[in-house]
Design a protein around this ligand. Sequence first.
Ligand SMILES: *[C@@H]1O[C@H](CO)[C@@H](O)[C@H](O)[C@H]1NC(C)=O
Ligand SMILES: *[C@@H]1O[C@H](CO)[C@@H](O)[C@H](O)[C@H]1NC(C)=O
Ligand SMILES: *[C@@H]1O[C@H](CO)[C@@H](O)[C@H](O)[C@H]1NC(C)=O
Ligand SMILES: *[C@@H]1O[C@H](CO)[C@@H](O)[C@H](O)[C@H]1NC(C)=O
Ligand SMILES: *[C@@H]1O[C@H](CO)[C@@H](O)[C@H](O)[C@H]1NC(C)=O
Ligand SMILES: *[C@@H]1O[C@H](CO)[C@@H](O)[C@H](O)[C@H]1NC(C)=O
Ligand SMILES: *[C@@H]1O[C@H](CO)[C@@H](O)[C@H](O)[C@H]1NC(C)=O
Ligand SMILES: *[C@@H]1O[C@H](CO)[C@@H](O)[C@H](O)[C@H]1NC(C)=O
Length: 214
Amino acid sequence: MYGKLIIKAFIVLSVAWTLHGAVTCTAAGRFADPADSTCKNYTLCVLVTANTSYIGYNYVCPTTSLFNPTTARCTTTYTCNGTTTNTTTTNTTSSAVCTTDGFVADPSSTNCSSYIQCVQINGTFLETTLTCPTGSFYNPNTTLCEVNYVCAFTCTAAGRFANSADTTCQTYYLCVLTTTGTYSQYEYTCPTTSVFSPTTRLCTTSYTCPTASG
Ligand SMILES: *[C@@H]1O[C@H](CO)[C@@H](O)[C@H](O)[C@H]1NC(C)=O
Ligand SMILES: *[C@@H]1O[C@H](CO)[C@@H](O)[C@H](O)[C@H]1NC(C)=O
Ligand SMILES: *[C@@H]1O[C@H](CO)[C@@H](O)[C@H](O)[C@H]1NC(C)=O
Ligand SMILES: *[C@@H]1O[C@H](CO)[C@@H](O)[C@H](O)[C@H]1NC(C)=O
Ligand SMILES: *[C@@H]1O[C@H](CO)[C@@H](O)[C@H](O)[C@H]1NC(C)=O
Ligand SMILES: *[C@@H]1O[C@H](CO)[C@@H](O)[C@H](O)[C@H]1NC(C)=O
Ligand SMILES: *[C@@H]1O[C@H](CO)[C@@H](O)[C@H](O)[C@H]1NC(C)=O
Ligand SMILES: *[C@@H]1O[C@H](CO)[C@@H](O)[C@H](O)[C@H]1NC(C)=O
């Protein structure tokens, strides 16, 4: 847990300080830092659609894992010289969200602002929650943070949730747990002039929608 916290803090700092990554980005994706002979550093290149340029954000693979440029993931099965070795431990323990090395959506994030980096270390998955660079959203298809990705809401818990794609704050989702353990998802619109407050999770006229003109 302590180690996890350190990793999180470190990533936040490295992102804040290096808007332009160690890699000169020419495409969206994750790329190894060629200057890093230890194979731990990589850069996430995010396409800025407004001016079709790329911004790089630097990351460091957690603990003993290394960045495999072929799979574009942190893994313990990669050796820095470019040859892969077989894992010594293939025993996978059950994990909350991780099933393989790589990146998965963060089930606790309904607005696609964060995702989870999975690295199998000694048979258990180390899960690191990473935040997408400001203005970009996690696309589960590409496993990248993308500026033009429209976050599709999916229920991961029961209750009412704001529709982050609705800048007028008038619509929200209701998630109902069914007897089969899955969620039924319904989209609602708040009545008349009321808007959905993400804090009280109710339609109200006392909440001011942050992006609405006023
Ligand atoms: C790897 O990244 C860390 C943190 O940003 C940095 O301190 C270190 O110098 C980098 N290593 C190389 C070889 O660039
Ligand atoms: C493109 O836009 C981003 C975000 O506004 C900015 O940081 C970057 O410098 C711009 N790139 C170019 C080449 O203008
Ligand atoms: C990796 O490179 C180092 C130094 O060049 C060498 O000692 C080592 O044997 C290499 N490992 C593999 C798996 O090729
Ligand atoms: C890795 O596994 C492959 C097949 O599973 C095998 O052919 C190869 O010899 C193994 N390599 C090592 C270094 O054990
Ligand atoms: C590893 O696999 C063995 C046999 O398949 C199993 O008994 C054991 O519980 C597993 N250990 C872990 C940590 O999953
Ligand atoms: C996404 O939700 C988190 C809290 O779950 C919030 O901190 C963050 O500001 C939100 N991001 C966007 C872009 O709405
Ligand atoms: C993995 O297990 C080996 C041997 O049990 C141990 O030396 C090593 O420190 C472990 N690695 C991590 C990251 O826990
Ligand atoms: C993601 O993939 C699914 C299945 O291939 C496809 O239906 C969906 O449109 C894709 N979504 C995006 C945002 O690319």
